[in-house]
Design a protein around this ligand. Structure first.
Ligand code: GDP
Ligand code: K
Ligand code: MG
Length: 298
């Protein structure tokens, strides 16, 4: 695709549980592309769906750490979500029109203060409130953040969703169509596998390894009926981190591999040979590598 006017970007969607984020994504993505499963729920961020038109592509991601932490991993997640939020082109903060502003909302608002990306307020479930009842809600949020725009919507019934999407497309930078239309349906496993490996790295090396570690799936091949061979590279920024990752006599890498393989076998429903490599690559975090870190190579 050589269209110089093509636009593309990453959009994070945040909001407390049950405000309607999944319903919104289902509506936006429609039946064309399956929404990612919740398998990688505790990981740094995940692609939830890709919206592709002739003029633009928007990759919706979830950044779990923005939400109020439920686990020990939570503290870590909060920090790493913040760096993820500085890599996106826009953030959608969704609230429920029928609920008062609460602690969960305030927690997220605090996290969103000071990020670079424009933040949109989506007031969802407007089908559940009378138009007059919208005013107090808007009042509660009006000055909470410098909103780029406010959209009252119904994810369930579709009100105003097209308007929001065209507003978002306008705000996206010019860029390529990163993913073929069907990429997410064809290979959701690739991404989830890389996230499962990354999750084990965080669990096992917690303090020592910074948020910037990436996992690239080099190859993933069905060897025979019940074996999948996976080769993956763990990318770190410094040689000392490589040492930690490998561990004494390779013990850490072995632990990571064993735990990850267990989960991947569960995910794929077949036996897995997992081969892990560690590579030092300073400043890997340019946009191209960021994309690879989401689990896609082209
Ligand atoms: P999430 O936790 O933010 O992903 O929320 P879900 O998308 O799972 O939605 C939680 C509940 O709210 C589900 O029962 C949805 O059907 C419902 N819901 C989502 N959006 C709307 C809406 O616009 N209107 C109404 N009435 N219900 C909605
Ligand atoms: K969720
Ligand atoms: Mg959901």
């Amino acid at each position: 695709m050589d269209n110089p006017n093509y636009k593309s970007g990453f959009v994070a969607i945040v909001g407390r549980p049950n405000v309607g984020k999944s319903t919104f994504l289902n509506r936006v993505i429609g039946q064309k592309i399956a929404i990612m499963s919740d398998t990688a729920q505790t990981t740094r961020n995940k692609i939830q769906g890709i919206y592709t038109t002739d003029e633009a592509q928007i990759v919706f991601i979830d950044t779990p750490g923005v939400h109020k932490p439920k686990s020990k991993l939570g503290d870590y997640m909060v920090q790493s979500a913040m760096s993820a939020l500085n890599e996106v082109d826009a953030v959608l903060f969704m609230i429920n029109a029928a609920e008062k502003r609460g602690a969960g909302d305030n927690f997220i608002i605090d996290r969103l203060k000071g990020i670079k990306a424009p933040v949109y307020l989506l007031i969802n479930k407007i089908d559940q409130v009378k138009p007059d009842d919208m005013l107090p809600i808007m009042e509660q949020y009006k000055t909470a953040l410098p909103w780029k725009a406010v959209y009252p919507i119904s994810a369930l019934e579709g009100n105003n969703v097209d308007e929001l999407l065209s507003g978002l497309i306008d705000a996206m930078p010019h860029g390529p169509q990163y993913y073929p239309e069907d990429q997410v349906t064809d290979h959701p496993e690739r991404f989830v596998v890389s996230e499962l490996i990354r999750e084990k790295i965080f669990m096992l090396t917690r303090e020592e390894v910074p948020h910037s570690v990436a996992v690239e799936i080099e190859s993933m091949k069905q060897k025979d009926e019940d074996h999948v061979h996976i080769e993956a590279t763990i990318i770190v920024e410094r040689p000392t981190q490589k040492g930690i990752m490998i561990g004494k006599g390779g013990s850490m890498l072995k632990k990571i591999g064993t735990m990850a393989r267990h989960d991947i076998e569960h995910l794929l429903g077949s036996k897995v040979y997992l081969q892990l490599w560690v590579k030092v690559q300073p400043n890997w975090r340019d946009k191209a590598t960021l994309l690879k870190s989401y689990g896609y190579r082209k």
